[in-house]
Design a protein around this ligand. Structure first.
Ligand code: NDP
Ligand code: 8X3
Length: 252
């Protein structure tokens, strides 16, 4: 029987790349995100290319009721999730704290921390029932360091780092693996979202060096997920070769 991966934030970037890679590896997929049109298009494409079964479930991870009702109404066969990739997340703004936007802060905290918690509670209980599972939490270099104007985004990703460690303790006796993956600069829609559609400003983030692409992270996640049963990769930090830490990028 094919294994199942549930991927949050599968409509773009790292989540979408994971969907491609796990479909290629013959996983059946539960794809989630808010943009249902993208989910349906992706599901059709992957089903045609890899003949894999795909369920789409569209909800906003910030909305607890939506998360619960959409996940719980999935047919029983889709609740046998082997791999959860907690990927949905975003940054909003890049300003000093004293100039920050309350709304941006709420969006980041509600998505990156609370959304991840809502999904994790439900899916980890399925995994406990199934006595198997692997949760991959997408953190960030922003969860390992704090950089200028990163304040609240960095705080949310530090929270993901803490929750990653906490889940490993809490789920240990159930045999559930927990892995944290913490990328540096990956060129996706991330910066466009951070700068609220300002494509020019977003493009500048990746100028003068070769950033990571979403597939680099998907391959790393696949490496962690495909280790033997007795091996867990706890934590991985992945950077472009041109990046030394959050604030130091060599733009040649
Ligand atoms: P993208 O903007 O390309 O993708 C973000 C994904 O998150 C989208 O699929 C989006 O789906 C989903 N998402 C955002 N908000 C919500 C929400 N409220 N409810 C449900 N889904 C949501 O960015 P990336 O692929 O780069 O980001 C993926 C993860 O990687 C994030 O957690 C990000 O913080 C992290 N990361 C990114 C780095 C980078 O440099 N790009 C570096 C380090 C970490 P939709 O809008 O359809 O809901
Ligand atoms: C995304 C990478 O450096 O913009 O998490 O925080 S960074």
């Amino acid at each position: 029987m094919a294994k199942i991966a549930l991927i949050t934030g599968a409509t773009s970037g790292i989540g979408e790349a994971c969907a491609h890679l796990f479909a290629r590896e013959k996983y059946n997929l539960v794809l989630t995100g808010r943009r249902i049109d993208r989910l349906e298009k992706l599901a059709k494409k992957l089903n045609t290319k890899y003949d894999t079964e795909i369920a789409v479930s569209s909800f906003d991870v910030r909305d607890r009721e939506q998360v619960i009702s959409n996940l719980e109404k999935l047919p029983a066969k889709w609740k046998k999730v082997n791999v959860l990739i907690n990927n949905a997340g975003l940054s909003q703004g890049l300003d000093p704290l004293q100039k920050g936007s309350f709304d941006d802060w709420d969006t980041m905290i509600d998505t990156n921390i609370k959304g991840l918690l809502y999904v994790s509670k439900i899916v980890s209980n399925w995994m406990i029932t199934n006595s198997t599972g692997h949760i991959v939490n997408i953190g960030s270099i922003a969860g390992k360091e704090v950089y200028a104007n990163g304040n609240v985004y960095c705080a949310t990703k530090h929270a993901v780092d803490a929750l990653n460690k906490a889940m490993r303790i809490d789920l240990l006796s159930h045999g559930i693996k927990v892995t944290g993956v913490h990328p540096g600069a990956v060129e996706t829609e991330f910066s466009e979202v951070r700068f609220k559609g300002d494509k020019e400003r977003a493009k500048k983030v990746y100028e003068g060096f070769e950033p990571l692409v979403a597939e680099d992270i998907a391959e790393t996640i696949w490496f962690a997920v495909s280790r033997p049963a007795h091996v867990n990769i706890n934590d991985l930090v992945i950077m472009p070769t041109a990046q030394a830490n959050a604030g130091t990028i060599f733009r040649g």
